[in-house]
Design a protein around this ligand. Structure first.
Ligand code: NAD
Ligand code: DAU
Length: 354
């Protein structure tokens, strides 16, 4: 078996950060399988596109023949499975793609990986790993006084996105329990950082604030998320892949619980400072809009297991991470221009018009 890691969804936000980080820190070769939906962007990976240790394959995880050939050709020792539809609001407007990719695609991948893994030599079969990247949203919503989600919290997904991720987690678990496939699952809280598609809260607010547009805060703005800098998440994934116990799940979080309104106000102040201010504070752009249907009130992650067992803990504080992130979006106007194409503008117009 070669020292090859197959990454699915590697042209997305977390995937491209993960690949760039691994190419720098790890001798492994990386194969990136990504179908390039609206959220996949090869510009993110331009710095390594021509490196010998890197290969990009455009394809769908649900295309079993393609996945079979790829596994047999590249013989990966590990798979990091990130490919998914990831935006909750889109799952509410149209869940089909979420079921197709997150459930059907994960199932197809598992079937092909199971066949590939069974055909490996003994030692290779033992060393092989499939790491499935999941989310804290599978656990549902917390009240303000509830303890944070732990690995034993019961699943209670509330959105079609969360339900599709929960279904994929269950399939991964079953493939370990029934067939012995050596899997690992990570459940992570909200990520932020460079390359995040500007339909998500933080980049959307930075760009609207930059352009003096309204900042649409859902409901009362008191919903809480636990924010983690994306590079910390990538290191956590690599740590679990290296040393995680097969069949286990690991919660990953930043220990940064923040109300949405606090995030938006911080962004306003940071953009005022970095981009300069001609008129009043950008906080004046904050506009409360109709709430997301079924909007989860609070997420919080208890990440003590990964710290205790594997020694991982986040490096970045929220204060430094958000400054780096705002600066990156302000300095990368070309990247922003590329991704805010016709289909992006149509999504924003449809979603925020109601
Ligand atoms: P993203 O939407 O930015 O990227 C997803 C990538 O998957 C895109 O490059 C897309 O082209 C690709 N893709 C979609 N369907 C595919 C298919 N059928 N076959 C192959 N490729 C396909 O998502 P992200 O934010 O980078 O999230 C990556 C993973 O991490 C997802 O599984 C998500 O559920 C999980 N996650 C995300 C967060 C977060 O805050 N963003 C937190 C926890 C877990
Ligand atoms: O918790 C992990 C999850 O975090 C990941 O699994 C998902 O893939 C990722 O998209 C993210 O989901 P959220 O729904 O929490 O992220 P989003 O950025 O869409 O929203 C964050 C919060 O901000 C949420 O409470 C909704 C609110 N929000 C979002 C948008 C886009 C607004 O108030 N206004 C907005 O315009």
């Amino acid at each position: 078996m070669e020292n090859v890691i197959l990454v699915t969804g590697g042209a997305g936000f977390i995937g491209s950060n993960f690949i760039l980080q691994r190419m720098e820190l790890d001798p492994a070769s990386i194969v990136n399988l990504d179908t390039l939906t609206y959220a996949g962007n090869l510009h993110n990976l331009a710095a390594i596109a021509n490196e010998q240790r890197y290969e990009f394959v455009q394809g769908d995880i649900a295309d079993r023949q393609l996945v079979r050939h790829l596994l047999n050709r590249r013989k990966p020792r590990a798979i990091v499975h990130l490919a998914a539809e990831s935006h909750v609001d889109r799952s509410i407007r149209g869940p089909d793609d979420f079921i197709r990719t997150n459930v059907g695609g994960t199932f197809a991948l598992l079937e092909e990986v199971r066949a590939y893994w069974r055909g490996l030599a003994d030692q290779d079969r033992k060393n092989f790993r499939l790491l499935h990247v999941s989310t804290d949203e599978v656990f549902g919503s917390l009240d303000s006084e509830d303890p944070a989600f732990s690995e034993t919290t019961a699943y209670a997904p509330n959105s079609p996105y969360a339900a599709s991720k929960a279904a994929s987690d269950h399939l991964v678990r079953a493939y370990h329990h029934t067939y012995g496939l050596p899997v690992l699952t990570t459940n992570c809280s909200n990520n932020y950082g460079r390359f995040q598609f500007p339909e998500k809260l933080i980049p959307l607010m930075v760009l609207n604030a930059r352009d003096g547009k309204p900042l649409p805060v859902y409901g009362d703005g008191q919903n809480v998320r636990d924010w983690l800098y994306v590079e910390d998440h990538c290191e956590a994934i690599a740590t679990v892949l290296d040393r995680g116990r097969v069949g286990e799940t690991y919660n990953i979080g930043g220990g940064n619980e923040k109300r949405n309104i606090e995030i938006v106000e911080t962004i306003c102040d940071t953009v005022d400072e970095m981009a300069g201010r001609r008129g009043p504070s950008r906080r004046q752009l904050i506009t409360f809009v109709r709430d997301r249907p079924g909007h989860d009130r609070r997420y919080a992650m208890d990440a003590r297991k990964i710290e205790r067992e594997l020694g991982w803990r986040p490096r970045e504080t929220f204060e430094s991470g958000i400054r780096k992130t705002v600066r990156w979006y302000l300095e990368n106007a070309d990247w922003v221009r590329d991704v805010t194409s016709g289909s992006y503008r149509q999504w924003i117009a449809t979603h925020y018009s109601s």
